[in-house]
Design a protein around this ligand. Structure first.
Ligand SMILES: Nc1ncnc2c1ncn2[C@@H]1O[C@H](COP(=O)(O)OP(=O)(O)OP(=O)(O)O)[C@@H](O)[C@H]1O
Length: 554
């Protein structure tokens, strides 16, 4: 509940005026609806009574019928205005919330981000935010509108009909409404949560199925995975069915409440009319207003059915919005002249709860133009070392100096200008080769084709691309359309385009034949003669390209 309230505050923060106006209009819609039915009931009964009494000629038909027309049209106009205001405000607020969740995801620690699968991140940004669109529209605003309308109706019935009618209608609606809505909300919580969880699972599994179709087919697991996805579809259907059942009985129970309130109103009003306290037409007001008040609870009923779905989404969205900001500095430290481009001092990394350190303590320096090869058995911590050196994860102890200044003193932008990492699995985007390469270039140089070709030459890709459509060669999602080795070299070319002072490469030669591997490393070194290069490799011949070797042991 607390998370829903916090998200409601977040959504309404910058839209207070619009939501307040929307609330006033939705109260007006409900009041006009009740007044319309009450006036119509009074009008029909009073007209009939005038006819029976033989005084029809003297009865004023015009003012009540003008009132009916005014209320009918006014209600439609108020409904239109309310939708425009509150829906518009909700869409704007959700767009802002989506932005906040997105930047929350980008602020997550590197390893958490890596674990947050694409489908999960997508669910957070789409399904969770979409689930919250009903928070103001179907819960908060209808709740206040229902309370205000019931209060106004109570006062109106007290004075226009009888106090007893007002008390009876109010009591039946309060007791019936509160108990039915509470019961429906409690019963709907579990199926609403289950339906949402299944829906997120369907999305994640469908994406996995589409993305890994070939792997699953050759592993003979396609049918099993498809069945698992269908199982989630069936679970979602079952949960929706339970929600529909709850919707049906709660709707019926609310209709019964309205019927009860109307019966009580006609009974009490009738008795007052018999006693001559009010006219029969006035007693009809109580009956029709009691019927119309059912509308105050309908929207709220729909909102409460989604309560479980909204609550889960609110918790996940808040967790991301509250991701602490990364400490950033805006000033670039003055590099110490003569300092190595990179220096590690007694560097250790240990994951929380891990028995042993991922690596370290390690101390080494890297001078400009120097090439350092990092080797060691699989799982020794080589990739973790590169992630730590590039500032993506924090060391447990020790210090990293870039051009003599601690890594933490560099602003993110300055750090990325000077230091680049090509991980084992780098991401290429669907689009042209030029678009992929342009990601590494500053905006003003994004069209610098000469520089792009230079980098492609260095990694021995220029020939392959000249034989195709050059920089306009189109790649599919995740760079499909190139061989594994070519995709890897395209990622290397992209990193080299940034002309960093320190270039870190995680297994750049994996999957390449000996000649291409040698040519690629040589090409990079010639393209960036001043850069310090650190590369991880398991291939013995690559040692020939290194000035020094750092071996990490498990
Ligand atoms: N995100 C993570 N969470 C927990 N443990 C991790 C994570 N990433 C890696 N590890 C563990 O840390 C250890 C070092 O992993 P790392 O990827 O750095 O090894 P590596 O030397 O690069 O291996 P390889 O040569 O196989 O690529 C391994 O035992 C690995 O299982």
């Amino acid at each position: 509940m607390k998370s829903l309230l916090l998200v409601a505050r977040l959504i309404s923060e910058n839209e207070r005026q619009a939501f307040l106006r929307g609330l006033i209009l939705s109260i007006l819609v409900l009041i006009m609806g009740a007044a319309l039915l009450g006036l119509s009931g009074w009008f029909v009964t009073a007209a009939a009574a005038a006819g029976i009494g033989g005084i029809g000629i003297a009865f004023d038909f015009f003012r009540p019928s003008a009132g009916v027309r005014f209320l009918a049209l006014g209600r439609a106009a108020a409904r239109y205005g309310e939708r425009m205001l509150s829906h518009d405000a909700t869409l704007r607020a959700l767009a802002r919330l989506r932005g906040a969740v997105h930047s929350g995801i980008t602020r997550l620690p590197h390893e958490v981000q890596a674990r947050l699968r694409g489908a999960e991140a997508l669910n957070r940004l789409t399904a969770d935010i979409d689930a919250l669109d009903g928070l103001m529209l179907r819960l908060v605003l209808p709740f206040f509108a229902a309370c205000a309308t019931q209060a106004v109706a109570f006062v109106a019935l007290w004075f226009l009909v009888t106090p007893a009618t007002a008390i009876a209608v109010m009591a039946i609606y309060s007791l019936g409404g509160i108990s039915i809505l509470t019961l429906a909300a409690l019963r709907a919580h579990a199926p609403a949560t289950a339906a949402e969880a299944s829906l997120q699972q369907i999305r994640a599994q469908s994406l996995d199925l589409m993305r890994n179709r070939a792997d699953l087919a050759v592993a003979g697991a396609l049918e099993r995975q498809t069945d698992a996805a269908l199982e989630a579809v069936r679970a979602e259907e079952a949960a929706r069915q339970r929600l529909d059942d709850i919707d049906l009985w709660s709707g019926a129970a609310l209709a019964l409440t309205a019927g009860l309130a109307a019966t009580a109103a006609i009974f009490l009003g009738g008795r007052a009319a018999e006693a001559g306290i009010i006219s029969p037409a006035e007693s009809a007001i109580g009956f029709f207003v009691a019927l119309a008040l059912a509308e105050t609870l309908t929207t709220l009923r729909r909102g409460l059915a989604e309560w479980g779905r909204m609550q889960g989404a609110a918790g996940r969205v808040l967790a991301l919005v509250d991701t602490p900001a990364r400490a950033t500095t805006q000033t670039a430290p003055a590099p110490r002249s003569g300092a190595p481009v990179l220096e590690a001092k007694a560097l250790v990394h240990r994951r929380p709860g891990a028995e042993r350190a991922s690596f370290g303590p390690l101390s080494f320096t890297l001078a400009a133009g120097e090439t350092l090869l990092v080797t060691g058995p699989s799982g020794a911590g080589k990739s973790t070392l590169l992630a730590t050196l590039s500032g993506l994860i924090a060391p447990s102890s020790g210090e990293i100096l870039l051009s003599g200044a601690p890594l933490g003193d560099w602003s993110e932008a300055r750090l990325r200008e000077r230091l680049t990492l090509v991980p084992q699995r780098s991401a290429l985007i669907g689009g042209t080769i030029a678009e992929n390469l342009a990601l590494a270039l500053p905006e003003e140089r994004a069209q610098d084709e000469d520089r792009m070709w230079q980098a492609l030459e260095a990694v021995h890709l220029a020939g392959v691309l000249h034989a195709r459509e050059g920089l306009q060669t189109l790649l599919g999602p995740q760079g499909s359309g190139l061989s594994g080795g070519q995709a890897k070299r395209l990622a290397l070319a992209r990193a080299a385009l940034r002309r960093p002072q320190v270039l870190m490469l995680d297994e750049p030669t994996e999957g390449l034949d000996a000649a291409t591997a040698h040519g690629t490393l040589l090409g990079l070194r010639q393209l960036l003669p001043e850069a310090g290069i650190i590369f991880v490799s398991h291939r013995a011949p690559d040692a020939a390209m290194a000035d020094r070797v750092l071996t990490i042991t498990v």
